[in-house]
Design a protein around this ligand. Sequence first.
Ligand code: HEM
Length: 412
Amino acid sequence: MSALSTAGLMGMWHFGLPTPAVVGAIILLLLGLAYRTVCLLGVPISAEDSGNTLKLWNGLSKGHHIKEQVREKDGSAVVIEPLHDFDWKTVEPRQFRHFKRIYHITMGKEGPRIQYLKDATLLTMAAGLQSDTPSDLIAIDKDYLDRVTHRRHLIEKHGSGVHGCLPGGVAAVNELYTYLTSEYLPTRFPTIFQLSDDGTQFINNAAGKTWPTAPPEDPAAALRVLGETVEEDMFLLHEMPEGHKSYAFVCCFPSGFDPSTKVGKLLKDIHAPVPSYDKIGASMERFFARTEVGKSVKRLNWAIQTHGELYNSGSNHMTNEEALDTPQDADINIDESYYRVELQTLTRLPRTRALLFSFKTYLYPLRQIKEEGLGSELADAVDGLKAGNAPGTWVYKGAARWSERVCEYLRA
Ligand code: HEM
C-alpha cells in the first residue's frame, strides 16, 4: 500500500490541499515503515512494562498494542520474563522422576503422565513432547558455577570433540550467541548477567567473566563462550531437502555418544544407534519443519549410569554385539550410581530459521530415589525398557551390564 498512498498524498500537497494534515499523515507513514523495518531486521528494543522489563525477540515494543501486532504479523514475538530477585546459590536443581512401567519411543504429545518434584511438590508432565515457554530455555540452579567451570575444563581438554561448526552453521551460531549474551541471559537472569552501559560487553557476575556481545569471528570461539556460560548442551540444525542436518554444536555432557561424530549428519543418521528410531523419524522431521518461533517444546529422557561423570562419550550405551560379550557386573558401586535425566528443548531461531536443540543434564543418586520410596518403580521401569515398542532400548541403555545389581538394590 505504502508506495501508492505516499505518492497520492504527495500529489495532494502539490495541488494545494491542507498541508498540516498531509505532513502529519506522511510522518505517520514513515514511522510505520521504520517500525516495520525494525521488526523485519529483528533489532531488539527493550521495553518497560508495568515495572517489569520484558523483551521480545525479533520485534520489541513498549505496549501491548504493538506486541499483539508483532504476534499477528509474523508470529515471531518472544517474551522473556525476568527473574528479578533470582539468587542462583539458593535454587535447588529441579527434580524429575519420569520413569514409566513400560517404555515407548514416541513423539506424541499424548501419553501417560509422568511425575516430577518441583520445590518439593510432586507435579506431572506429559510423557512425549510438551510445549515450553521461551523464558525457560536456560535453567540455572545452585550447581551453576561448578558445572560451568567443569565445562570450561572439558572444552580445554576435549577441544573439537565437544564443540564445532560447519560453514553453513556460522550465521546460526552468531544469532544464538547474540541472542543469549545481549538479550536472553541479561533479561532473564539480571542478578547474574548484565550488559555494559554501551551494550558492547556481556558480564557474567557468577563466573567473573566478561565477553563481547558481538560474536567472535571464529564460530568455535563463540561456541566456547556459550559452552562455559550455560550448562545446556546445544545443537543447531538446518532443514535440508533430505531432512534436518546438524551444523554446529557445543556438547560437554554427552551421555554415551561422541558429539563430534554427529555434526554434518541428518537426524536419521544421528539417531542410527537408537533402537526403533524409524518409528518416530518421519514424524519428527515433519514436526521440526513446523516448529515456529516462540513455540518451543520440551521432552525428558532418562538413563542409569554407574559412575558420576557428566561427560561420557562411550560407556553409557551398548550395542547388541557388545551386550553378547558383556556379563552382568557384580561390582557396581551403588554410591556412584545415578538416575540421569536430560531436559531437552527445541527452539526456532527467528533470523536464520535454524533449530536449536538444547538439553540440561541432571544426576540424581540412586540412593536418593530409593529413599523417596521410588526404588521398585524405577526397577520396574528398567525391566519395562524391553516391554514396549522399542525393546532394543534395554540393551542400548546398557542394562545388560548393570540391571541385575541395580534392580536388586532398588527393590531391596
Ligand atoms: C525432540 C525430538 C527428539 C526425540 C523424540 C529424540 C529421541 C531420542 C531417543 C529416544 C534417543 C535415545 C536416548 C536414550 O534413550 O538414551 C535419542 C538419542 C540421541 N539423540 Fe535424539 N531425539 C530428538 C531430537 C534430537 C535432536 C534434534 C538431536 C540433535 C542432534 C538429537 C540427538 C541425539 C543424540 C546425539 C542421541 C544419542 C545417539 C547415540 O547413541 O549415538 N536428538 N534421541
